[in-house]
Design a protein around this ligand. Structure first.
Ligand SMILES: [Ca+2]
Length: 385
């Protein structure tokens, strides 16, 4: 078990900075008193003051004046993913969607013809060059059988694989874990989401329970910003709070999402507009004409409206997500304070979590509590990935 770094928002929770400026809690020293000195000691007390500072974060700039921080930069512009991946911009960065056989942040690791790279194989799996693996296989074969194999079997071109990775159905090619089973009291904890104005969440799940908590990020109280994705009465409900009241949006299937089959929910959040869709829903039809085509509610959208005074960018308003707690997947710990969500647990399996197109390794969580360690398989529900 590791430690989840969680930043306390402190003074920054009121969004004191303009535009896209990032608020930082800083410690300053002021009002120093006079020196106290003697023949052997020279001492001056200082008084620390906690305050905040504004900084234009990576991925943003000022279009007219550098200090305005009013423009988001497309960090895919320089094609950082090269020829082996597709670049998807995200807040403050980008995500590379790699072609099969390629991995790495910029798809720079070639598993088909490259060499082993430190750290590329995860969770105790071993990076093994295909050539040496093939040589070992050949040496263990009877010579008469090995001699009948085509000469290309030696694979002189290279390449590697992650060996010693069991349960490969639920692992990626680099042995990252795709799926987990959750029960009452189990959850995964990840560092807080840093996204403030845009994020794309994608998560698959299978359950036969009509209520559950898929994920939550925010403090464990009833005051501050949070997001949550719940299953409520067989429907999917996404909630978010920018610092005052909570906005909710729900999407559903005719027979509920609690039918034991795998379903995939996509949450697209951009500047207080959120769209939730389930599986391969035609979002435009569901959002615009759902009630006229026989109750087609597999997608829905809503907008958090700001008060008119917020039209001035100098007005202090709650415009952004400031998620200061940890990201919880599959449940919340039992806490005495009030909760913002109806559900606290999830019963079933969660798989293939993506945040801004980036795959989240469900084995990489620094902290997990009473987690059902079994992989996505249950006697009560038949799962197929
Ligand atoms: Ca906020």
């Amino acid at each position: 078990m590791g430690v989840v770094p969680v930043q306390d928002g402190g003074l920054c929770l009121t969004e004191p900075c303009w535009n896209y400026d990032e608020c930082l809690t800083v410690l300053k020293f002021g009002n120093a008193s006079n020196f106290i000195s003697s023949n052997s000691v020279f001492f001056r007390p200082i008084y620390p003051v906690t305050t905040n500072a504004c900084r234009c974060p990576k991925g943003f700039t000022g279009m007219q004046k550098s200090y305005e921080c009013d423009t988001e930069v497309d960090l895919c512009y320089s094609s950082p993913c090269g020829h082996h991946g597709t670049c998807m911009p995200r807040e403050g960065g980008y995500t590379c969607l790699c072609l099969p056989g390629y991995t790495g942040v910029n798809c720079e690791v070639n598993m088909l013809s490259g060499h082993c790279v430190d750290g590329v194989c995860r969770h105790g799996s071993h990076c093994t060059s295909i050539r040496s693996a093939t040589s070992a296989m050949l040496s263990s074969m009877p010579r008469s059988l090995a001699s009948r194999l085509p000469s290309t079997t030696s694979l002189e071109t290279g390449g590697f694989t992650c060996s010693n990775c069991t349960r490969s159905l639920y692992h990626t090619s680099t042995c990252e874990l795709r799926a987990r089973r959750f029960a009452k009291g189990s959850f995964l904890t990840f560092p807080a989401l840093k996204q403030r104005h845009r994020m794309l969440l994608k998560i698959s799940f299978a359950t036969r329970t009509s209520d559950g908590l898929l994920l939550y990020n925010g403090r464990y109280n009833d005051k501050h910003d949070f997001i949550s994705l719940e299953i409520v009465d067989g429907a999917v409900v996404f909630s978010f709070n920018l610092g005052d009241d909570t906005t909710r949006v729900a999407a559903s299937l005719p027979h509920g999402v609690d039918d034991g089959d795998w379903h995939t929910v996509t949450v697209d959040y951009l500047h207080r507009v959120v769209t939730v869709s389930i599986d391969d829903c035609d979002t435009a039809v569901a959002v615009g004409h759902g009630d006229r085509v026989g109750g087609y509610y597999c997608a829905n959208t809503t907008t958090k409206q700001l008060p008119p005074r917020c039209a001035s960018h100098r007005a202090t308003c709650n415009r952004f997500l400031d998620l200061t707690g940890p990201l919880q997947v599959g449940g919340l710990p039992s806490l005495p304070e009030g909760r913002r969500v109806q559900q606290q647990d999830f019963f079933g399996c969660i798989a293939d979590l993506y945040i801004d197109h980036k795959f989240i390794d469900l084995n990489s969580c620094p902290s997990s509590m009473r987690l059902a360690m079994s992989i996505a398989h249950s006697n009560s529900v038949e799962f197929t990935l």
